[in-house]
Design a protein around this ligand. Structure first.
Ligand SMILES: [Zn+2]
Ligand SMILES: [Zn+2]
Length: 99
């Protein structure tokens, strides 16, 4: 294992569905129910002090899935790229048909 490259790796338990999520340094949402947590102002900065759950509102698909969120605490909207291990059924079920 290389030690000269550090990422912020954190495991967490999804507060929505209870899935134990293995962090890989990029994990910002639950791969099972896609629920995220409002911890970033900009993706990855962990600078938000809100901490409420981010509910996935819909997804978009171009070459990759993008998941759109709304924070249940402060109402802030954001979006992230889906991770390779995300629940595809869930991604498809939230797919919005718009250009
Ligand atoms: Zn979950
Ligand atoms: Zn928030």
């Amino acid at each position: 294992m290389s030690t000269n490259f550090q990422k912020c790796v954190e495991d967490f338990t999804c507060e929505k569905c209870g899935t134990a999520v293995k962090g890989n340094g990029y994990t910002d949402h639950c791969p099972n129910c896609l629920t995220g947590k409002h911890v970033d102002n900009k993706p990855g900065d962990r600078a938000a002090d809100c901490g409420a759950l981010m509910t996935p509102t819909h997804t978009e698909y171009a070459s990759d899935f993008t998941i759109h969120y709304k924070c249940t605490g402060c109402g802030k909207k954001s979006h992230v790229k889906a991770a390779p291990n995300d629940n595809e059924e869930k991604l498809f079920s939230l797919l919005s048909v718009k250009k």
